[in-house]
Design a protein around this ligand. Sequence first.
Ligand code: APR
Length: 271
Amino acid sequence: MDPRLAEILAEVKARRGRVLALTGAGISAESGIPTFRGKEGFWVVGSRNYMPQEMATLEMFERNPAEVWRWYLYRFGVCLRAEPNEGHRALVALDRALGERFHLVTQNIDGLHLRAGASRERTYCIHGDAAYVRCADECTLDLVAMPDMGVRDGETPFTAADRRTLSCPRCGGWLRPHVLWFDEYYDEHWYKMQSALRAADRADLVLVVGTSGATNLPSQIGDIAWRRAIAMVDVNPEDNPFAARARSMARGFAARGSASEQLPAIVSALC
Ligand code: APR
């Protein structure tokens, strides 16, 4: 490990510091889930009929819920087939070792952190979770478990039986995926916004893994880390705004490499 990185981590460990891990699609890339903005990314390849970023909007869901669901059922199938990797497992080890001093803010809806064993109370799924659906009309503010609809490919048609399965058990209207769309806002009830910001306000180290820094709440967490001049480590095989920011900080470090290569050593240095 680079001596500067070892020094930063040793200092956090010595003061029994609080760690906030912030993850993006890159940590699940080695589990075979495409990222969003990479070469084979979901936002690059997408659906036959629509631009991928159009699919992830409330506006499109209101216009054509069956087409939006068809695309999500394909994406959710990719998540269901995937297994957690060394990167997810390393963060679980950190969660267990640090307990209340650890929080995980993830942009991933794939559920792999939780399936690897991350604690539910300390994991904030700020872009939602493919394991749940909810009433699109908000007749209730409760989540419903995602029904098992099998693994589908991008061409599988959406049927009348699918429509029945995706009906709200209370009001009969559409259920929607529990995901944050591009034309929606972060909040606390569904997406744990304030909890994530509070964890950033109290952290001694922000450990950023596998995100391109394109979304708002993660950028705010980077801003908080910078303003508070805490330690910040970015793990990513490519340059990105968090790496640039980390390099500009006194206790910042950009660790070039994949999550599964970098995280096990980083986590053992912190435990
Ligand atoms: N290990 C670590 N990082 C990796 C790996 C890997 N094995 N492979 C790729 N990466 C990095 C890429 O270099 C890139 O910086 O992961 C990042 C993936 O970036 P995006 O595809 O933009 O994914 P993400 O940052 O999670 O996107 C954020 O945008 O549209 C939304 O809701 C969607 O949650 C998503 C959000």
